[in-house]
Design a protein around this ligand. Sequence first.
Ligand SMILES: [Fe+2]
Length: 338
Amino acid sequence: MRFPAYALTLLLAAAPALAQEKVLNLYSSRHYQTDEALYANFTKQTGIRINRIEAGEDALIERLRNEGERSPADVLVTVDAGRLWRAEQLGMFQPVKSAALEARVPESYREPGGRWFGFSLRTRLIAYNKAKVRDGEIESYEDLADPKWKGRVCMRSSTNIYNLSLMGALIDHLGEQKAEAWAKGVRDNLAQEPKGGDTDQLKAVAAGLCDVTISNQYYYARLARSDKADEKQVAERIGVVLPNQKTWGAHVNISGAGVLKNAPHREAAVRFLEYLASDEAQRYFADGNNEWPVVASVKVDNAVLARFGDFKRDRLNVAVLGRNQPNSQKIYDRVAWK
Ligand SMILES: [Fe+2]
């Protein structure tokens, strides 16, 4: 998500620092239509007003770094466990012990020390050109390394957090050696040098530049739900597979949040995280980006996601994706996957 520069000038300082006033200062890299209702309902329930700073993921972390101990931020909301892990490594979060969060957020979707929690789920699915690939012809991430796909695979850059986190999971399931062999195999199968984001890969597959790729499901869902004829057509030309249903399950990642180390309003911050795990907030949070709630009993009304049905998800704790990140990048570098 990109933000215009002026978004950063929404100064928190504009809010009067009344000791009695109940406020929460939120730094978020998410920005969706459902956000207004999400935040308004929190204020309605708790009387806590939310000051929001929205910016790109890396810009927010940079800002927090610069502000240091004097940061007014209470909560950081961002995407990908790998990015939450980076913030954790920089010592930005404080541990939160909350029975409500532990009861609502499944163990594999939160950092074991309580430093950050997942609130919605995304998966990296395999997308293929329906005119060139048969239904069932590709079923797993491992398949993408098969020489039969030589010159037929499109992938985005390995420096992208989604691919780093996917590799983090592959290292855990396959071991480093096999994970590297996989990366080399996929790299050798590339139809073109990595460029662009997930949507660009989907468009390249639809246009016949390559036959298969990997993308987060919400990019596909956005195209499928688009009002624009050309975007809809991209989705119509593509078949999607939730990978590894016969083995360890589809790789899942999170959008999540944590309470910042120097949070001036700690209590409000914890309450906000607990609110995000509530039924109502779960729906808004997931639906805003065509994601799944982390609380399994909460259902979203989303026609594209409904088509996927229930599927087998990787049970690996998402914190491992971060822990493996340095090795993931080394593996990609060794096989010269740009
Ligand atoms: Fe994304």
